[in-house]
Design a protein around this ligand. Structure first.
Ligand code: ADP
Length: 451
């Protein structure tokens, strides 16, 4: 009880005063009481001064200690001050954590006051907009007129896409959010990759539409003619053959598109089958012979391992694409040769032809979707423009790559380079017969002709 502790010295002084007046004299008692009063007043002045001194800088100074009633009061004050300091420290730590997290964000964040002056900016925003100084208007750092219009407009409007002088060649999306009546948050995000992807997607859709439009128009035109005109049998058959050819082109396009989309959606790693490449090459060489209808000499030379670890359907599709191209782009009488060998730990499967060849400037873009050297020729031979894109995709998934060499008028060589880890010295199971267990480097000594 603070009042008891405060009054106790006064009560003791009074009791001593009364005793002095009783046993000694009133004068001595009066002096004693005067002295006690003076002492009491001095003590109050002393503590008041100390508290006053502390209150001037409460965060830097310790709360003074005291005796009696002052002791209780000052103890309590010290406890309150300590609690306050602790919660300030906790808040500061949380704020520091938040700041360092926000500073690590790749997106730029700027807090604007009601006059669009910068109140705070994270590291990314400071670098992106080259912000310096404090409380400067944001338009000093983002000077494009469209940004000023955006600042003045409704922040719910579409975000603004801009390029920034600090990052040439890249695109940024700027978005304003109102946080409260007096503040707005400006977020700056790098959208270069996203806009590239958007452009690729737009081009892809435009290309697909274009590819589909031609056969659909031809089919529609011929069907209409067949419906409206009385045609002789031979002409009718020619028209129907054209319709069939165009519908087959569309079918191939849809198949290639489906293959691409299933490769896109299949994740990064292909299925790991054990593929008998010797058998696969022989089968595909036969298939190419059928496609060529005897117009080409097709040979194989197999020096590489019999088995590889790969997604069987994908590897088959890649080789078939190369062989189909070789047949399509090699005039009758030409030669096509399939070679399988391992060199420097890599597996190399080449399809060589003595066809029309490809001008050098086209080589780097050949495996882009819908890229063709000669659009007319590709269409005439039933091409979709997606074959090499599919091959490249499959090789990437297998950790390998597609290599293209060509000379105009002399021919081309397309090589699938499979990484060494995909080549198998022998079949893993003992259950297989001699052929399977035979050394992987079985050489088909002489070339074999498939057509
Ligand atoms: P397409 O269906 O048009 O053949 P691809 O992606 O398979 O599409 O090939 C892209 C282009 O590469 C072809 O249009 C063609 O110009 C060229 N090309 C592919 N293979 C050969 C080849 N063996 N000889 C010459 N040119 C080729």
């Amino acid at each position: 009880m603070i009042w008891l502790r405060a009054l106790a010295p006064a009560a003791v002084a009074l009791a001593i005063g009364a005793a002095l007046s009783w046993f000694v004299s009133d004068t001595v008692a009066a002096r004693w009481l005067g002295g006690a009063l003076l002492l009491f007043a001095l003590m109050q002045a002393f503590y008041l001064t100390r508290v006053h001194h502390w209150a001037a800088l409460p965060r830097k100074r310790d709360v003074p200690v005291g005796a009696g009633g002052w002791g209780i009061l000052l103890d309590r004050l010290a406890r309150v001050a300590r609690q306050q300091q602790e919660s300030v420290a906790e808040l500061s730590a949380e704020l520091a954590l938040l700041h360092s997290a926000v500073d690590r964000l790749p997106d730029g964040l700027v807090v604007l006051d009601r006059f669009d002056h910068i109140e705070w900016a994270n590291n990314a925003a400071t670098e992106l907009h080259a912000i310096f100084g404090s409380r400067r208007p944001i338009h000093l750092f983002i000077r494009q007129p469209e940004f000023s219009a955006y600042l003045e407009g409704d922040e719910r409007a579409r975000p603004l896409v801009l390029s920034l002088p600090t990052r040439p060649g890249r695109l940024f999306e700027l978005r304003l959010h109102r946080t409260d009546d007096a503040h707005r948050l400006l977020i700056t995000r790098d959208v270069t990759e996203q806009s590239k992807l958007d452009a690729v997607r737009r081009d892809f859709v435009a290309n697909v539409s274009h590819e589909i439009r031609t056969p659909v128009t031809v089919i529609g035109g011929f069907a209409e003619t067949l419906l409206n005109l009385e045609l002789d049998d031979a002409t009718r058959r020619t028209y129907l053959a054209t319709i069939l050819k165009q519908s087959q082109t569309m079918q191939r396009l849809v198949e290639d598109l489906l293959t691409l989309s299933s490769l896109d959606g299949a994740g990064g790693v292909p299925v790991e089958d054990t593929v008998d490449l010797h058998a696969l090459i022989a089968a595909l060489a036969d298939e190419a012979g059928v496609l060529s209808q005897g117009a080409h000499t097709i040979t194989t030379r197999i020096d590489g391992p019999q088995y590889v670890r790969a997604a069987a359907t994908e590897l088959e599709s890649a080789i078939r694409n190369l062989l189909t191209n070789a047949v399509r782009y090699t005039p009758a009488g030409g030669r096509i040769r399939i070679e399988w060998r391992s060199r420097d730990g890599e597996g190399l499967l080449s399809v060589r032809d003595t066809g029309i060849g490809i001008p050098e400037e086209h080589l780097p873009r050949l495996s882009e979707r819908f890229y063709r050297v000669d659009r007319g020729r590709s269409r005439d031979t039933g091409g979709t423009g997606l074959g090499l894109a599919i091959v490249k995709h499959i090789m990437n998934r297998h950790g390998g790559r597609l290599q293209i060499e060509s000379r105009v008028g002399e021919g081309s060589t397309f090589t699938l380079r499979l990484p060494g880890r995909r080549l198998m010295a022998a079949l893993p199971t003992a259950a297989n017969d001699g052929g399977a267990g035979a050394p992987a480097e079985r050489v088909d000594g002489t070339d074999s002709a498939a057509a």
